[in-house]
Ligand binder design. Structure first.
Ligand code: FES
Length: 84
């Protein structure tokens, strides 16, 4: 079971998750951050959208990249990132 680490709302967090765990489930179930909701579960309604910054070292970017992503479509191990 992989351990993931990220920054959420300015705090460093980590947790052991199954490889298929979605970011929305990690936020809601592991971190008790229930402001992120599951609505359509098809990435169309925006209820699960989180603002994130992708790390340049992991994704080989020139600089950090901000993006709004649907947390119900993002597996946690993919999302080594910071949610401000
Ligand atoms: S649940 Fe609708 S966009 Fe994520």
């Amino acid at each position: 079971m992989p351990t993931v680490s990220m920054t959420v709302n300015g705090k460093s967090v980590s947790g052991d998750v199954e490889g298929r765990t979605l970011l929305v489930d990690f936020l809601r179930n592991n971190l008790s951050l229930t402001g992120t909701h599951v609505g359509c579960d098809t990435s169309q309604c925006g209820a699960c959208t989180v603002l994130s910054i992708f790390c340049e070292t992991i994704f080989h970017l020139q600089e950090p990249m901000w993006a709004a992503i649907p947390a119900s479509a993002a597996p946690v191990p993919f999302t080594s990132m910071a949610i401000p």
